[in-house]
Design a binder for this molecule. Structure first.
Ligand code: COI
Length: 352
């Protein structure tokens, strides 16, 4: 792989204690091109603007998918990724749905490794600090004919981050707008899924909610996912979450939470969750917790649900499942506990 180092690092200009999520990027990026049916010229180069033709098809038809993952540094300075093979598998699953050629696993892993080696200083130790890693792929054939592109670029960029949400998270149940319909691209991390969520989210913001909680497009009776998170409901002592279908993202944090909860002896039901059931549980006092799970948010408690003009507040509980599960997951991620699952993968740092 070709490596071109930045001549000057920007790291000293960064205030690592005040990082709005995903607005500051590290010194390098991984790039690989798809030309004439092949992925070629894998390289790590200084972080820089892209050159793209105004007719590049992604700008017209949104043929693009992405991933989100994080690199963590432990107290000894070792660097870790969490289930990176799952991100690789998922970006390819998303790509297939968007008619984008799959990206080879060796290139993905090697690209990550080289990039994180060069930018390891951007990963700060300490719980809550991480380097958000954003692999993405987009169509860059200069062509406005509405068909799959014959050229793509695969890129990985990295952003040092702290928490995704800085305050309370309240979510508004949407019965009007839909995120995904059966047969569509809801299970893929397609760029357009996020674009389509911004307008409903803006309307929710105006009503004091940070995010939308989506319902199924057919009946609007079942809760699906919220913003960038899969959602869990604790009714009495049972944890309930929707199954992943073709409308719901197969979250890596989601499946980790399910596994850890089950192994901790918590009853987990993976089944469709009715809005009416959650509202009823709130009314009769059995809704103890609601929380979201995702790479960016990790595990994030939800403080309130808006539904049909009412706001249902959820007070913090003692012995919170969200807190227990978050602690278990971050202890694995930051190499502070055993990892019985083999989820944590070391990025071996080779000192130059
Ligand atoms: C992630 O959790 O990685 C996401 O996809 C969130 C991102 C849209 C900010």
């Amino acid at each position: 792989m070709r490596i071109e180092r930045a001549t000057h690092s920007r790291i000293h200009e960064i205030d690592f204690d005040n990082l709005p999520f995903g607005e500051t990027f590290s010194d390098h990026m991984f790039v690989c091109d798809y030309i004439d049916g092949e992925w070629v010229d894998a390289r790590v180069i200084p972080y820089q603007p892209l050159q793209m033709d105004p007719s590049a098809s992604v700008l017209h038809y949104g043929q693009a998918v992405f991933e989100g993952m994080k690199a963590y540094k432990d107290e000894q300075g070792k660097v870790w990724l969490f289930r990176p093979e799952d991100n690789h598998a998922r970006i390819n699953k998303s790509s297939v749905r968007l008619a984008i050629p799959e990206f080879p696993k060796e290139f993905f892993m090697e690209g990550l490794n080289e990039l994180l080696n060069l930018d390891a200083d951007w990963i700060k130790p300490g719980i809550g600090n991480s380097l958000y890693v954003r692999p993405f792929v987009f169509a860059n054939q200069p062509a406005v004919s509405a068909a799959a592109s014959n050229q793509y670029q695969f890129i990985i960029i990295c952003a040092p981050v702290k928490a995704y949400y800085s305050g309370e998270v309240n979510v508004l149940v949407s019965e009007k707008f839909s995120r995904a319909a059966s047969g569509g691209v809801g299970y893929a991390k397609a760029a357009g899924n996020y674009a389509a969520s911004f307008y409903p989210a803006q309307l929710a913001n105006q009503q004091g909610y940070q995010q939308i909680i989506w319902t199924d497009a057919n009946t609007h009776e079942y809760l699906e996912e919220s913003g960038t998170m899969n959602v869990f409901f604790r009714i009495n002592d049972t944890l309930i979450t929707a199954p992943t279908t073709d409308t719901i993202l197969d979250g890596i944090t989601r499946k980790s939470v399910i596994q850890i909860a089950q192994d901790a002896g918590i009853t987990v039901e993976v089944r469709p969750v009715k809005v009416s059931e959650v509202i009823e549980a709130h009314k009769n006092g059995s809704l103890k917790e609601v929380f979201g799970a995702g790479t960016a948010v990790v595990v994030s408690p939800i403080s309130g649900i808006g539904y049909r003009g009412e706001k249902y507040s959820i007070a913090p509980v003692k012995d919170s499942y969200a807190k227990r599960l978050k602690d278990s997951i971050i202890n694995i991620q930051y190499n502070r506990s055993e990892d019985p699952y083999g989820w944590r993968k070391e990025v071996v740092l080779v000192t130059a």
